[in-house]
Design a protein around this ligand. Structure first.
Ligand SMILES: Cc1cc2nc3c(=O)[nH]c(=O)nc-3n(C[C@H](O)[C@H](O)[C@H](O)COP(=O)(O)OP(=O)(O)OC[C@H]3O[C@@H](n4cnc5c(N)ncnc54)[C@H](O)[C@@H]3O)c2cc1C
Length: 323
């Protein structure tokens, strides 16, 4: 049941930050995740602060350096269908197109997609797990078929966002607005693992807002893709996903970024796999070697061992398809 709460419609970023500066306040963008969290009582929210009216947080605009600025309130659907995004950053448009269902993509925002809470069934259920202030990660001795094979411990949730994987692969930067002004953060430094903070998934303070996403210019001869595996074709979170960005010098790969989703508490960059591709022409052997390197450090639990082969296959397929 949802408890009674106060509702504030902020007219500016400064007003939103002020309203968020009291205990129990929570930011509302599209509300598709926040309302579910309140309903499931995974967090106590006494004040909902809507940022929907803040126009400067919306839209996709070209930057003078050839990059792109995406306001945090831009819907996932706008990103999925933007010709500018799909032309220059295919991995992001494809990832956005794989998020949830059409209704959720129309209502959900990119800022909310990055900041959504974990989908772990113990976290969302009636368990006082470690992420909710308890002592245990119930997945360790419980049902862990959808839990982390990389970067887990002491909590083993997997990050649910598809777009986060693409944005890490693209080396995006976030602008975070807070009481002391704006700060720029590399997206790879935005997410925090459970070993660093077991109750939070990112570095945001309670009164900070993700204001915009900055994409660097795509660079010459770059190709990218997003591949998602899920239990069914209708809306579902990733069992595993691969964000891939390859840059070519002639026929050989000169730079590579391979980021995995659905398998770790934050988008999981596989540097060993990336390195194995540098200087090589992509063929079946190169793709297979990179895929093997991608899962070398996997650490599955009792019920999620199937994920290792799934990730390996997805990486191999993605590389071959892109090449
Ligand atoms: C049935 C279902 C299926 C889904 N499937 C997928 C899927 O397959 N892939 C996927 O990636 N996602 C999936 N989602 C998640 C969905 O994409 C997110 O709910 C949505 O993107 C969140 O956006 P929102 O604007 O509605 O966020 P809200 O619900 O408004 O906010 C979500 C959280 O982020 C915080 N927040 C929001 N915006 C900001 C901001 N700018 N700065 C700081 N904090 C902020 C809020 O305080 C809240 O804690 C699914 C959700 C549902 C309900």
């Amino acid at each position: 049941m949802i408890n009674n709460f106060a509702y504030v419609k902020a007219g500016s970023i400064a007003a939103a930050i002020k309203a968020l500066s009291t205990k129990g306040a929570s930011l509302h963008a599209g509300g598709t995740d926040l309302m579910g969290c309140m309903h499931d009582e995974v967090m106590q929210v006494d004040k909902v602060v809507s940022i929907r009216n803040i126009k400067e947080l919306r839209g996709i605009t070209a930057r003078p350096d050839g990059g792109l600025r995406i306001g945090a309130l831009t819907t996932v659907a706008e990103i999925a269908t933007s010709a500018t995004v799909s032309g220059k950053y295919a991995v992001l448009a494809q990832a956005a197109g794989e998020v949830a269902s059409p209704q959720l993509r129309n209502q959900g925002t990119i800022g909310g997609n990055l900041c959504q809470r974990p989908r772990c069934w113990y976290f969302r259920g009636d368990f006082r797990c470690a992420r909710k202030g308890g002592d245990l990660c119930y997945a360790v001795g419980g049902e862990n078929q959808y839990h982390a094979i990389f970067g887990g411990g002491p909590c083993f949730f997997v990050h649910p966002s598809d777009t986060a994987v693409a944005l890490v692969a693209l080396q995006a930067q976030l602008t975070i607005a807070g009481p002391a002004g704006n700060r720029a953060v590399r997206i790879a430094d935005f997410f925090v693992g459970p070993d660093k903070n077991i109750t939070k998934e990112n570095i945001l303070a309670a009164n900070e807002i993700v204001a915009e996403i900055i994409l660097p210019p795509p660079g010459a001869n770059v190709r990218s893709s997003y591949r998602k595996i899920r239990s069914r074709r209708a809306w579902d979170f990733a069992l595993a996903s691969v964000g891939l960005v390859l840059q070519y010098a002639g026929e050989n790969v000169s730079a590579a970024r391979i980021v995995l989703g659905g398998v770790a508490p934050y988008p999981w960059r596989t540097e060993a796999a990336e390195k194995s591709l540098i200087g090589r022409k992509i063929d079946a052997a190169a793709a297979a070697a990179a895929a093997l390197a991608a899962v070398k450090d996997a650490n599955p639990m009792a019920d999620n061992q199937y994920t290792v082969a799934m990730v390996q296959g997805a990486v191999e397929e993605s590389i071959l398809a892109l090449a």
